[in-house]
Design a protein. Sequence first.
Lengths: 334, 120
Amino acid sequence: MKIRSLVMLACTVFSVHASLADDKIKRSDYQRPEAIPAPASNPLTEEKTTLGKTLFFDPRLSRNEGMSCATCHSPDHRWSDGRVVPLGSEELEQPRRTPTVMNSAWLKALMWDGRANSLEAQAVLPITTPHEMNYNMKELVERLGEIKGYRPLFVNAYGDTEITTERIAMALATFQRTLVSNTSSFDQWVEGDEDAISSSAQRGFQIFNDEAQCAACHKSWRFTDDSFHDIGLDDPDLGRGKVIPVEVTIMQHAFKTPTLRDLPENGPFMHDGSMTDLEEVIKHYEDGFIQRASLSKEMKPFELSDQQRADLIAFLKTLDGGPLAIEQPELPEE
Amino acid sequence: MNRKLKRWMMGMALMLTTLNSTAGIAEQLSGSEPEVHNLSLTHHDFEHWSFTPSANDTLAITNKSDVAHSIYITHPDGTVVNLDVQLPGETFTWTIPAAGNYLLQCWIHPIIRAEMTVSP
């Protein structure tokens, strides 16, 4: 009888273990894609990438010629700015942290509130936003048309010298699509190198998928499913609630799930940049969020030990592929 | 006597069943009887469907994922109908008001997007 019970227990344990390893937590769910996607209307080309890169680093895209896209999306800060409040947003009532533009080729909704549905649509928004680059596309097209050095770049990219808003946006979008995270130690582990990450990080990966349920939203190789949630931060900003019908209560205070790849060492984290260390972030998800009608249904309290929190942080650090350095372009002369 | 009565009752029941099913087929052929179509929602998509819905049919959509969704439907004239929040395991219904092309999307997960053509 005892032997039978032991056999049954062993079968159960084996079954649960196999289930966790094979069904619930599949490493293959986190496998990096083989190619960069691009819309048929704006395929990736080397020439468009070169033009887009030049435009991205050119401060003449702003009215006062003092701010380029790279000012806030800097390669030195994982293509963000490392600031709690973005440059120019100091006087705003509800400033939002600058998100990274890495891996944006795969984004399904852009901006913290999802108000842009493509990289091409997003590309013109910072240029025309008053507290950012504060310009308008008509004057920008005229300004670029007067810079002789841009002509060969447009010819190479599009076949002629015509400069349009659409062409500027397509080139910027193309360049941003090429910004892909470096391979991290987690990626090596996913590919089968068992020693690529520590046992602490491996336990953290299990916690990420199991107890903490982070993977309910931080899914896929990018560790986001581009979904929108109110995570219960004490912040009056309505987020996506400002851009969709007010009766959709669940979208009040909702913001896009950010990627967890290439996180900056000391943050800032969250859409409002209100947290500076990962332990604080984890504790917020455990039971630090405020209850309200719009709170995401995925926000379920849980409790971790200090060791489990350390394991989870060890795992998150394995998602860092290091700086994505690029050679800065030479800006065209007048 | 009882046996005769039993046989008569069985005969009547058989006749009524036949009449009823014939009427059902006729109604289905004429398209006047609305149907209920089952549709499944996963984490990031609607599962493929093979039915062709008609106006006045009802969609019974089951959230088979382990996360909540917030489905909304854009009508052919641009009207948007919000279906609130659908928790895991829940089934919710929507009756199709008219023929045309409808767009089914999720406020929480913009990746969920399905077009449905409804016949008259």
